[in-house]
Design a protein around this ligand. Structure first.
Ligand code: DQA
Length: 142
């Protein structure tokens, strides 16, 4: 089983970026933990971060060629703006879970809408980096 974890803009700054909102774990810490969990289940987990919408679209399209079974995506700010990411995910028809570190629903109203959520298997928000782990465990079990 192959799982792709996608991280959107500014998530490369995790650890130092508004730690009271996003926690103190770095993106590397999170990715390493996910990889460890995948290996324990004889699966593989590849992570990709980009600050560029088109690169995320390209990576989603590539997922349909590299036999990705499941996508876990924190599209960050693009969650609230990107029809292109929505169309890419719908286009490859690979099941995905949307993850947010923070509880977007108790933040600014513009964060309440997601262009991805109604296409997702599920959405996890507000559980910090544990949300990625929960999503991965679900993907591994399904
Ligand atoms: C985020 C929430 C988004 O609203 C924000 O733009 C982010 C991170 C989260 O993980 O909580 O960059 O996706």
């Amino acid at each position: 089983q192959h799982i792709l974890v996608l991280h959107g803009p500014n998530l490369n700054l995790l650890g130092t970026r508004e730690p009271e909102v996003y926690g103190r774990r770095t993106l590397n810490d999170i990715n390493e933990r996910l990889q460890q969990l995948a290996v324990e289940s004889s699966a593989t987990c590849t992570a990709f971060q980009s600050n560029h919408e088109g690169e995320l679209v390209d990576r989603i399209q590539a997922a349909s060629r590299d036999h990705t079974d499941f996508i876990i995506i924190n599209a960050a700010a693009y969650t609230h703006t990107s029809v292109a990411l929505r169309d890419a995910l719908a286009g490859v028809s690979i099941p995905f879970i949307e993850v947010h570190l923070s509880n977007v629903h108790k933040r600014e109203p513009f964060r309440h809408h997601s262009f991805l959520a109604d296409k997702a298997v599920g959405v996890v928000a507000g559980l910090g980096s544990f949300g990625y782990e929960a999503a991965l465990l679900y993907a591994l079990a399904n």
